[in-house]
Structures are given as structure tokens and as C-alpha cells.
Design a protein. Sequence first.
Length: 387
Amino acid sequence: MALPTGYTTRNLLRRRKQVLFTALGIAFTTAVMCGVLSLRNGFEQLFEPLGADEVAVYLRYGASSEGESGIPRESARIIIKERPEILRDEQGNPLAAAECFLAMYMEKLDGGMVNAPLRGIEQASLTLHPAPPRLLEGRWPDWGADEVVVGRPLVNRMKNCALGDTLKLNTTPFAVVGVYEFDSSQGSEIWGPVDRMLEALERPVYSRVIARVGTDLDYEEATRQLEEDPRLNFSITRQSEYLASQTTGLSTSLLVLSIFLTVIMGSAAVIGTMNTMLATVATRTHEIGILLALGYSRLEVFLSFLLESAQMGLVGGVLGLLMVIPFHGVETGAANFNTFTDISFSFQLSPAIAITAFAVSFGLGLVGGAIPAWVAANRSVVDAIRR
């Protein structure tokens, strides 16, 4: 016969204070792990494909990011006007735009300096994405003037980024005339007319060309054609693939950090759980003897104490999640190792992270309770009853 699960639950309730303090060790481990994974999830969500195969990115051949790429102005115009894969609107205008990308050292509102991402765009850039950027305040820039719009997260993080402020690019002042919102990694950038930005920053080349293409485009064949054209030594890739490649640095670092912290803090939590369960076994020796004398097998006693420890781990998992939930949606920023620019993103707690937290807390409880459960199951019946 098996011990009822209510038996282990009642034992936990009788030792509420002891269980709570032990569960807190697991809770802190779970909270730290969930916090780091939520940051990683928020960062990766910024780079989720917008339009999947509908949008293509042209870069200099061999460049892994637009920060490394360079496309001469005349080459960009050839791509936009002559490439057959680029779609056109009803008037026959190509659905494509040349853009530049670079960084500017800027001061944060709370102190410190970071590389803020700047993007020079053309008017067509605003309409190429299936889910286009949204203007929240002000207006879009005059495409022949020294004006910029800033991403909403920058308004509360960077100096001189509020509507009506002035940003100085090199020695040229640019007026902030609007605030936009964009559900992508480009939502925390500063945008301005690409030709005005290139002139102000003394940059001779664009960084990329972005275009709407057919979903059935053979990218390998298109890249081969670009390589064979002596005027165009460039590559074309899906925007979805390009965005995925831009998450590897910081995403991997956050994953490694979460594993490292979980192992270190989890080890301490396991030791705490083990000590608690060993003390529990010592105080319930007579009870263990009675259970064995009543006919419960040693395996059933072992599983009973192991389940009790696992339940304590789950309590810690719940507490850990409760600690992290208030941070869901809180915005922060970090350097993207692929572009070396600061990017704003938020904590994004997901069901997958919550399930992982419960699994880890349950596992910590099992590991911490294994030795005490084995000690309990191997007690001598006679010696246990005498105590």
C-alpha cells in the first residue's frame, strides 16, 4: 500500500516556518533564473521576424551586420532601380530604401555614456514593413531637413531625446520633431533623413538596402546574380534570418549567465533543503518506525520523504515567480554585442519560463531530499520505534 499524498502535505503544514525559510532559498534561485531568462526573452522578441520572407536585406558581401556593411550610393541606386526581385507599387516605384546605421556616444538621463543607435532612412523605409512604425508624438521628419524622430524608449533613457530637443550629430544640430513606436529592435533608435545624416557625419556610403520582395524568391540564386554582377558585390538575405543572426552575442551571454547563477545558487538551496529534511528525519524517527511496522515498504517511505522535499521545492518555485512577476514589462537597456550599440528592451516573463522555473524548483527539491529520504527509508524498525 502507498502512503497518501495528504500525509506529506500535512507534514509540510505542521512545519510552516521551517518550510518557508527553506523554500526561500529555492525561491531566490528561481527568481534570479527567471529574471535573467525574462531579459533574454525580451531581447529576443525585439528581433522576431517582421514580415518574415516579405522583406529582404542587401548587405556588402561578407558583412555579418549592417554596422560592418558599406554600400556605395551609386550601387544602392542600381539595386533599387534594376533588381527584378524588388516589388513595385501601383505607380511603378520600387518598394525599397537605402539606409545607414551607426552609433553616437550619448549621455543617459541617470548618468553614464552609451552608444546610441542612429539610422538614416528614406521615406519608403516607413512603409516597407507589414507592421509599420507608429508615430506617437509630433511628426515625421522633413526629408530634406536636419530633423530626427526618436524611439519611445529613448525618451526616458537618453538626454536630448524629448520632443522639441536638439541633438548634435558631429557639428550639425538636428531637431527632434517626433517620437515613434516600432515593435522591433529598431524601436529604440534615432531616425533621420539618410542623406542629411551621411553629410553631417561625413559618411560616404549607405549601410544596407531594404526591400519588399516576393515570398517565393530564391535567395541563393539572387545572391549568385549579385556576386556575378561586377557592379554589385553584395548579398541578399531574408530579414527573418538577418534579425536572428543579430541576437547571438547578448542572447548567449544571458543564457550562460542564467545557467551559471542557477547552478551556484541552486547548490546552496539544495544544501539548505538537505539540512532541513535531515533535521525532519531525525525528529520523526519514531514515526518512521511506526510506518515500517505497519507494513509500508522502505521504497514507499523513501518516496514519501522525497515527495515532501519536492513539494517544498514547488513552494519555492511559486514564491520565486511571485518575486519576478512585478518586473514583467519593466524596460531596461544593454549593449548588443553584435552591433556594439545600446538597445532598449523589457523583462518578458513567458509561460515557457514559468514552466522552466517550476521544473528547476521541483528538481532542486528532489536533489535536496534524496539523501534524507534514503536515510529515513533505511532506518532500523526496532531502533526507530524505541526512540
